[in-house]
Write a new protein. Sequence first.
Lengths: 194, 344, 192, 219, 527, 227
Amino acid sequence: MTGVLGAVLALGLLAAVFGLLLGYAAIRFKVESDPVVDQINAILPQTQCGQCGYAGCRPYAEAIAAGEAEINQCPPGGEAGIRALADLLGRDFVPLNEEEHGEHKGRMVAVIDEQICIGCTLCIQACPVDAILGAAKHMHTVIEEECTGCELCIEPCPVDCIDMVPVPEDINQWRWPSPDERRIDIADRSTASG
Amino acid sequence: MEFRTYSSPHLSGTNHVGRLMRGVMLAALPGLILAWWFFGWGVLVNLVLAVSTCIGAEAAMLRMRRRPVRVTLGDGSAALTGLLLALALPPFAPWWIPVLGALFAIVIAKQLYGGLGYNPFNPAMVGYVVLLISFPREMTLWAPPQELADARLSLVQTLAWSLLGTLPAGTGIDAISMATPLDTIKTQLGLGLTLTEIQAGPRFGSLGGYGWEWVNLGFLLGGGWLLYRGTIQWQIPAGFLGGLFVMALLFYAADSDTYASPLFHLFSGAAMLGAFFIATDPVSASTTPRGRLVYGIGIGILVYIIRAWGGYPDGVAFAVLLMNMAVPTIDYYTQPRVYGQGGE
Amino acid sequence: MTEYLLILISTVLVNNFVLVKFLGLCPFMGVSRKLETATGMGLATTFVLTLSSICSYLANEYLLAPLGLEYLRTITFILVIAVVVQFTEMVVHKTSPLLYQVLGIFLPLITTNCAVLGVALLNVQEQHGFLESAVYGFGAAVGFSLVLVLFAAIRERVAVADVPTPFQGASIALITAGLMSLAFMGFTGLVK
Amino acid sequence: MSDYRHILFTGVLLFAFAAIGTSMVAVTYEQSREQIERNERQVLRRQLNQVISPERYDNNLLEDRIEISDPGLGAGRPVTVYRAYMQETPVAAVFTSVAPDGYNGSIRLLVGIDVNGIVTGVRVLSHRETPGLGDAIEAGRSDWIEGFAGRSLGDPPVQRWRVRRDGGVFDQFTGATITPRAVVNAIRKTLLYFDEHQEEILARPAPDGAQADEETHDE
Amino acid sequence: MADHAGDHERLDLSRLHHFHGGLKLPECKAAATATPLRTLPVPPRLILPLQQHIGEPARPVVAIGDQVRKGQLIARAEGYVSVPVHASTSGRVTDIGDYPVPHPSGLSAPAIVIDSDGDDTPVAGTPHGDYRSLDPSELRNRIRRAGIVGLGGAGFPTFIKMNPGPHKPVDLLLINGAECEPYISCDDMLMRERPQEVIEGIHILMHALQVGTCVIGVEDNKPEAIAALEQTVAADHRLGDIRVQAIPTLYPSGGEKQLIRILTGREVPSQGLPADIGIVCQNPATVAAVYHAIHRNEPLISRIVTVTGTGVEAPANLEVRIGTPMRHLIEACGGYTPGVDRMLMGGPMMGFALTSDALPVTKTTNCLLATTREELPPPEPPRPCIRCGECVRVCPAQLLPQQLYWFAHARDFDKAQDYNLFDCIECGCCAYVCPSRLPLVQYYRFAKTEIWAQERDRIKADIARQRHESRQERLEREKRERAERLKRKKQAVREGDDNSKQAAIQAALERARARKQTGADSPEKSD
Amino acid sequence: MSETSYPEIARNGLWNNNPALVQLLGLCPLLAVTTTFINGLGLGIATTLTLIISNSVVSAIRKLVRPEVRIPVFVLVIASTVTVIEISMNAWFHELYLILGIFIPLIVTNCSIIGRAEAFASKNRLRAAFTDGLAMGLGFTAVLVTLGALREIIGKGTLFAQSHLMFGELAANWSLTLIDDYRGFLLAVLPPGAFIGLGLIIAVKNLIDQRRARRPVRAAAGETAPA
Ligand SMILES: Cc1cc2nc3c(=O)[nH]c(=O)nc-3n(C[C@H](O)[C@H](O)[C@H](O)COP(=O)(O)O)c2cc1C
Ligand SMILES: Cc1cc2nc3c(=O)[nH]c(=O)nc-3n(C[C@H](O)[C@H](O)[C@H](O)COP(=O)(O)O)c2cc1C
Ligand SMILES: Cc1cc2nc3c(=O)[nH]c(=O)nc-3n(C[C@H](O)[C@H](O)[C@H](O)COP(=O)(O)O)c2cc1C
Ligand SMILES: Cc1cc2nc3c(=O)[nH]c(=O)nc-3n(C[C@H](O)[C@H](O)[C@H](O)CO)c2cc1C
Ligand code: SF4
Ligand code: SF4
Ligand code: SF4
Ligand code: SF4
Ligand code: FES
């Protein structure tokens, strides 16, 4: 049994020394906040719509950083957003989870039908970015520039006077279409997958 | 009046993938004919088997992947892969050798990556190396050149050997096949002979191995034509041949009894085929001008290292694959200086 | 001197740890999606591997051998490695959060990167001395990093290729690794 | 203050786990050491018997061993030689030769040679050759290794004690020449060594450790 | 390096230099230069888009029904990077609204429509006598007020280019008369027929920029233009060194950066401006417009347009009023030939295809190219890139076009930018030589516009985040305050205050519902 | 996390989150030793055993461990387990030990073991951890065996060769020679063959998954179409 004792002592002491070293390092190299959350949050579109299943973009960012959420849950961010996340986190690109979180739509803004609006301020309270102007009992308007299109104001409106309309295209914001549709090696991809 | 719209530029040149590939095939003709002349019908049998398997495999894969078959086959790249693979095979290989090699080249090395343009490795060389490491015996069934052969197989006899494995009565395959000059040097050096002794044999010509030197000259000629036509750029062949030459020269100068002469290296094995036809495969080679030089030189040096000290007599295929592996990295580090970004 | 050079050539090319010896494959597959991360991982592994090769040598030579506890080799080595890795992880976490985010999952995996324990055990098996152990560890790591970086660059290219859907991702990556290993067979016979 | 406690706690924790783990391993080891040694001896005996048939000797082969150190044979390590006697007449010697140049490092061999210089048998003790390629040298994987029994330095002549590829008579494996080459070379060297030193090796009484040491020094 | 910022190596114009790559293209210019320059009559209706330049659109200063005169300001510049728009003829404003404009998108944009009264009455204005008495900044202002933008294609406001900033001394004025694209010959005709206008304009610009040297670069396939300019320069005895320099015909030598490289050996820094290396580059037509603006006090209301291609019967160069629907130009050239298949604005390498000929000529319309299928066959289906590197060899920006393509194709825009996507001048050389017939330039345009869109989204997201965060903060604060107030109130008696609030909301709801009901019922509002 | 369903764990280990095919862990032993079916089986059994034990132990001690010593503690546990198994086998199952001998030290560095300890065992209760170890082990073994069989058949034209090493004399004639006079496709046995083989197996799995994912959609479409 002396062999056992020797072995235990030798390794135990080695381990103890290592333990002390690690314990010291844990304090010496302590990391306060996780800057990765900020970086993830900076990629998210800040629509604050909650479609990802979290209470806004930052909570979702935190969930991603903690490894609890997939990176493909934000429809407003679309493919580009997922790509940016995959890039940041060194993961593989995965297509948007449309089944659970919805499709990526073009940019929309809310418009309040000023004829109907009763000025109840409920939409103002719902809007996460303060994009709705108006005082109680006066009709409200949406500042188009500020509206992120999150649709959060639709639900609370008691008189259904808010509509989402697509932002019209103009030549300065027009985007060249990708020529990919015409490539012969992907020409019939749609039929292949259909 | 309403018009259809397209994106600029609306003009386009005469360059075309199909034209490119057919040009390369044409350029390989002199070498092919010389190979047939020196090494017999087996060369052509391999060619037919490899090319038809390549085309068949490509068509089958395209159909399975639901890609347009006819247009894609029309570009001739599959046929070219088969041609180059066949040129690398020993003339007495049984039929399944070119077939298996072609399948590997097209299915694994090319189509699994998405087909023409996407494969990181040279398909023909993948096919060749797979065969080389898997069937070392079959892959050394080289023929002696024309005049050195005791007997030559006719076309029918060659076909019988390739397809059925039968030889005319009284001949054994070991009797009619012969090791290549590079192989001979490698094994005999291992037995302690000096190069002068080894190269005294009749199978060595004035430049490389007898017969081999002519085939290499044929490919050099074709390669020159490709350069002239602008199908390939000078960097890769120059880097390859230059790298090989300089390495060979250094060691030859140091010890000419164990290291063969630079010219011998340039005109042996697959040196010229490799330099002008294989290393230049645009898809798997480097694309930046400086990168191409690095790529070529890298292949040249690796060929020499493998020939001189490695386990295989000729290293062109391995060297090409090894440098293929480094291509994305080379490309990354040899980006040209962009207009307006300092320096001259 | 030549002897160290031979060890280097052998470990980097001829007996490449990843492609020929099959060691360290998990990080090889796991962190090779991007060139930059691969480079980072290569550096991290080189550091850890060299260091742990030396540390294991010391532990073996001055702790286990004198006490006749060779049967505890595996435990001791893995402990040494784990601690070296953990220490590195904390330092990286503090000094480079981004590198940490990228390598985070894989730094702990370096512990079980077979290559690290493999090097330690092989050192004993081949009876390497101190310097030889260090060179062996370093060479193995350089070989690992080399193929990792080349592989990552290829994967970046393959990622945008028209790979048939069932083959996308890990499948084509493994096939690529296979073709790389095929190419590395060209080095057979260079050393030994 | 709490920092120190934290550090201390980590140390103690790791110590505890190391201690528990080690003690489990150590206890198991102590418990089974003898069994293992017995197993190993048994395996060794079985292997020796494969190299030289037990009918040919009557001494305790396992104990009757000497160590010699010859750089050519043992790759720098002492080589154990088991000596077989039949009624005190030397019959054969079994060398634990090492082929240092295997594909993946050293291959340890058991080479039995009788007094006439004829190989009684060869077995591989340990190797790290590639499964599926070089491991055909194991008796369980192919009968290649059997091919040495009955051969001697004259059969074939020394210069043909090589693999075919090098101009010898022994087969190499397809795609793996290095391993067989290493093994053949090691056996040839052992034969040559035995040829030269047969007298010294066999013609002495069963040694005790000290004597064996002296012998080694004499070499 | 230099002692003070902006000091460049000495100008050496003694020899020509080369730029990387480039293409020899068929020229196809003869058809349109066979006949002399003609002036197209004013059409009955003009459409004047508010944005014919790079920058902010102009803002209308007229209303529907207003009577305007030729040269009258109808939309003023909005912001710094902007220029005004002037009426091209006299008449009545009949509409201000969205009209299809010549743009690759085929979209409509705001425009002012003027119905001509046929009189072409100009606004009253007094031409300034001697520009030399004017301050450079006054000259710039006049050029701006004249609505002058680069007529070479990009349409960048000219006055900005003339204001390089105090730290960038300009030592060379470059006139880009290369006109390297096939088919186009409007600058050629201008230089042949009106060289004195160009030279006068150059003098004005040299004064405005305070430079002593000007080089006019002209491709050597335009000997007549070179001769005409040389004669004019020789007859000119004013101060200042003006040279006419023939350069080899090689596309795209007319690219500003390439021309600068050819003539001076200098390179415009990546993402930089010619002014950074002491050069200002202008197109001859722009210079001529400056001459008109300063000497005759005429704003930019007309330009020369090449109408050519096998799709029109009689190709020619026409001087036309800005806003003229393109149909009139085609008619003036004998109409379409039977096989006409597409119409381009600009040349075949850089121009874009138009959907219709009802679009107006704008300040940047240098060429209308109507072609048949035989002349410009429809593009073949593209195949995958084989990495042949041809594109690398011809790219004048020394980029790796195939790499840019791979990244654009994979939508890896960060990588595309790493490979200097924004240094691509969209010259089309790469696509021209590509054996796989890839629409490379479209990929680059796609990637560029996509990156810009992402940039805009980014900015929007940042604003949204700030607003969201400040809102969160505000809510927090309010909650705290309310809690405090509540605490204070607790002591006081609680009344049905809340109830009354709720009642008010309820009442409002009822009212709204009623209104909506009637709204939905009435037929005219049901849409 | 407390609500882990056992069928779910089993499905994960065997298919959905298979350590070798999906997580790509434990690749080194997987590729290195699968030259034959029997080799694969041997390693599979040894690995499964280790996974079960280490998962259980790690789960049992999970509350004690601080983040900075987590990894060292886990590897200590694993290494001790493996060494104990190794020594015991050496002593009491010597025959088996000789066969599996080379595989056992390899297990210590099998990434899938520490991977499971980290990802599952350290967050779950004992029974779940045990099940997970079993499922993962079996999933891993399944891949080992498949790859081994594939490489053996293609590389040598045999199957179950050398079964007697594992099953004793009983299995002496289990070895099947599938193709007589087969030349042997050496590639399958060499390292490149291992990589390519695993790549192909993963592709087959993906194909099956895709087919499966598509089928319900089609079925649903079929239902709604006539309506
Ligand atoms: C991964 C790998 C494992 C190998 N294992 C062995 C081996 O165990 N034994 C051996 O002799 N050669 C081995 N080789 C070496 C090659 O097969 C080598 O080509 C061969 O030994 C050279 O002899 P040849 O002339 O028969 O081709 C191995 C090669 C590789 C790449
Ligand atoms: C966004 C933008 C800003 C520019 N700013 C200036 C400037 O401040 N000063 C200047 O001299 N030119 C400026 N330019 C003009 C360019 O240098 C160039 O002359 C113009 O884009 C036309 O060139 P191109 O037709 O070759 O594209 C600017 C161009 C763009 C597109
Ligand atoms: C590929 C390319 C070719 C060009 N060719 C000409 C040309 O031939 N003539 C010209 O005046 N501008 C040409 N340009 C535009 C010039 O780069 C530059 O914008 C112009 O000369 C500036 O003058 P402006 O502002 O007066 O138009 C070209 C631009 C590019 C990108
Ligand atoms: C100059 C040139 C050389 C080529 N060399 C090869 C070659 O060595 N091997 C091959 O499989 N294909 C070769 N090809 C054909 C083609 O590029 C090849 O099939 C692609 O690699 C398949 O994607 C070559 C094509 C050209 C134009
Ligand atoms: S779905 Fe996207 S935009 Fe909406 S809250 Fe979540 S992260 Fe923000
Ligand atoms: S106005 Fe409506 S849609 Fe727009 S941001 Fe506010 S809540 Fe969202
Ligand atoms: S020219 Fe076309 S095919 Fe060739 S490298 Fe460029 S993009 Fe690819
Ligand atoms: S379009 Fe862009 S990438 Fe292509 S040649 Fe011109 S500058 Fe180069
Ligand atoms: S098993 Fe994972 S690295 Fe080796």
